[in-house]
Design a protein around this ligand. Structure first.
Ligand code: ZN
Ligand code: ZN
Length: 103
């Protein structure tokens, strides 16, 4: 319960404000800032992703046809129609050579 700072009468809630018979008004939305505090928890997960190969996709054991290295990353790409299986494209971790999977 709040009282008018002008005349000391009890303030009555009306249309989102507190009003007094003397004409004083207090805007209730102005001191509703409690929501700001609970917002800061969500950002922690983004920190853990830093490490090697972050932008290269999942790693697989695959022999590079160019340099013979046996570690590569791949990405799946839908080549032609959607009812065909997507093709895997490999990227050699050592020489960055790219090639596609042969069936
Ligand atoms: Zn008043
Ligand atoms: Zn290679």
């Amino acid at each position: 319960m709040e009282f008018c700072p002008e005349c000391g009468a009890m303030l009555l809630p009306k249309n989102g404000k507190l009003e007094c018979g003397c004409g004083y008004e207090k805007d209730l939305s102005a001191d509703n800032d409690e929501y700001e505090v609970s917002r800061k928890v969500e950002t922690e997960e983004n920190v853990k992703m830093l490490g090697e190969d972050i932008d290269l996709g999942p790693g697989v054991t695959e022999i590079c046809p160019k340099c013979g290295h046996d570690k590569a990353t791949y990405e799946l790409k839908q080549t032609r129609s959607a009812d065909e299986a997507p093709t895997r494209f490999f990227t050699c971790k050592k020489c960055k050579h790219k090639w596609r999977e042969y069936d």
